[in-house]
Each structure stands twice: as C-alpha cells, then as structure tokens.
Ligand binder design. Structure first.
Ligand code: 13P
Ligand code: SF4
Length: 306
C-alpha cells in the first residue's frame, strides 16, 4: 500500500495541474474527506459544483451526485473516481415506472429526491435533497404532490408539509438496516444522550429522534446541542468531521450495519488514477440534461430546511 501522505500530496498536485476541484460527500472514507477541497451533503456539493470556476470536478460520492454536477455544469469535466459507485435507492425507480405513475395522476407535480438518475429527474418537476425536502414540497402551488423514490423521506416530509402526498416505495438499504432495538439500546446505555437521524431511516426510527436532518444538518446540530453524547442514525463516514469539529463530544453509531458499501468504494488511489488518466468522465445526453437541469435549478432556488 502506498504511503498515504505522499499520495495525498500527489492528488493535490494533480488537482492543481488539471485545474480541478475535489468534492467529497460526508460518507466518504476519512482519507478522501481529508484531501478534498470541500466536503458536504448532496445539496452543498451540487451548489459547489455549479458555482466552482474550476474546469474539472472530481466528485467523490455516488453516481447520481456526479451526474447532478454534470447536469448543472455541462462546460466542466466531471470525473467520478469509481464508475461502479452507484446508489441502490436511485436504481429503484426507472423512467418507465415514473411515466406510469404520472399517467395515474395527471397534473400532480413530481418531486424527485436527488437520489435518482438523470432520466428520472428529466421527467420530474423539481428535485429535493434531505436538506430542503419540506421547503421544496411547500414551495409548490398545487395541493397534491407525488414524491420519488424514497418512501421514508416522503413519509417524513408528509408529517409537516402542507400537502396531500403520495410516494414511490424505494428506500436506502443502508439506513433501512438500523433497528429500533439498536437505537433503544444505545439510548439506555447513554442516559442524557440525544438521538439525531437521517430522514432515510424508517418512520419507527424517526419517531425516536430528537432531530431529523441531512448529513450536513447533523454537523450544525452537533455544535448547537448542549448534550455531551449524540447517538447518530446515519452512515458512519459522518463520524470523521463530527469528531474533528467536536473533540469534546461523544458520538455513537448505534449499528455496525450503518455502512454504505458504495460510498466506501472510492480510495485516494482511485482519485489519483482517474485524474492522471482523466478517465471516468460522467456525461448526460443533451435532451435529458436540459430537462433534468430545470428540475435541479428550480430546487436550488429553495432555501434549506435546517
Ligand atoms: P445527504 O443529502 O444528507 O448528504 O444524503 C445523501 C444520501 O445519499 C444519504 O444516504
Ligand atoms: Fe444511496 Fe443509501 Fe448509500 Fe446514500 S447511503 S448513497 S441513499 S445507498
């Protein structure tokens, strides 16, 4: 295995040489987060991809995230270091599925979680992330909304949104693995701890939470809460920055199963290789890109929930 410090320096030098910016999702491996120019949730990274003056974007995350960057910035070269880093939830709805659902509900706007393919976004009215989903749904003038693909995020939004909502039955296999018994055990073992979870967790878990938010929302919450111990219901890559920013606090991931295999595929070696060879470029056909961009642009005008 190559020396990690040396590799980090090599990646930084390659980024400079290629006029590239390295973005890393909050679930990425520590070494990837450590080397990136910016870490964040899906919303922050989409915004950074759209705003960055760099010619090349190296997107360390999963495919739909890099694809969103390519949709928003067609003039930039978007690289995903591992082409095989997909999101199983995004694969749970196809354009054909969505066309059928839309036919059943003429005139009902479709809100697509960014965890969808470009072709599905192109058939949707507006996108959302876990950081703005309630505001996005409430921003619509219609009374009814159809939300895709995550049944758990949709259920969570329906608790507070002022809309009649229906949704597709997709889910995140990683968050779905968190059990109520594991959260209750962590609470019992840590009296006085607060529990924060991602809205991709199922409703039984959400019901136990003191706060529900996106991954970046968790950093804000961790800084703000007076509790010394925080039980965190999301993928364990979140710990890297939580611990770094709050060395005096104690963070507990209640289940060993909270690990997204796709998010963990990317190593620094992959980043260096893709930059050296300028390979794994993500592109989206123009007709799909224009329609998907309209749904993403509409979302970017809506403020964050938290
Ligand atoms: P965030 O938008 O909160 O970063 O979540 C993305 C994701 O895929 C969570 O599983
Ligand atoms: Fe997809 Fe879940 Fe992994 Fe997020 S954690 S990328 S939703 S599989």
């Amino acid at each position: 295995m190559r020396d990690r410090e040396e590799l980090k320096k090599e990646v930084r030098a390659l980024l400079k040489e290629r006029d590239a910016i390295m973005l890393a999702h909050n679930y990425q491996r520590d070494e990837v987060q450590e080397t990136a120019d910016l870490t964040g949730d899906s919303l922050a990274l989409s915004q950074a991809a759209a705003d960055s003056p760099a010619k090349v974007i190296v997107f360390c995350g999963v495919h739909f995230m890099a694809e969103s960057a390519a949709i928003l910035s067609p003039q930039k070269t978007v690289i995903i270091p591992r082409m095989d880093a997909g999101c199983p939830m995004a694969d749970m709805i196809t354009p054909e599925d969505l066309i059928k659902e839309k036919e059943k509900r003429p005139g009902v706007p479709v809100v697509a979680y960014v965890n969808t393919s470009a072709a599905v976004k192109a058939l949707s009215d507006i996108c959302c992330t876990s950081a703005n989903a309630v505001s996005v749904v409430n921003s619509l003038t219609e009374d009814r909304v159809y939300m895709i693909p995550d049944k758990n995020l949709s259920h969570y939004v329906s608790l507070t949104a002022r809309k009649k909502m229906e949704w597709w039955g997709g889910f995140c296999p990683t968050h779905e693995r968190l059990k109520v018994s594991e959260v209750l055990k962590a609470k019992e073992e840590n009296p006085g701890a607060v529990f924060v979870c991602h809205p991709e967790c199922n409703p039984e878990i959400v019901r136990l939470a003191d706060h529900v938010c996106s991954t970046s929302g968790m950093y804000k919450f961790a800084k703000k809460t007076e509790a010394q111990t925080i039980i965190v219901g999301t993928e364990m890559g979140i710990l890297y920055k939580l611990k770094k920013e709050n060395p005096e606090k104690n963070f507990i991931i209640p289940s060993k199963a909270l690990i997204c295999p796709n998010m963990k595929l990317t190593t620094l070696d992959d980043v260096a290789e893709s930059l050296k060879e300028m390979k794994n470029i993500v592109t989206v056909p123009d007709d799909i890109r224009a329609k998907a961009k309209a749904a993403l642009d509409r979302m970017l005008k809506v403020p964050r929930d938290f």
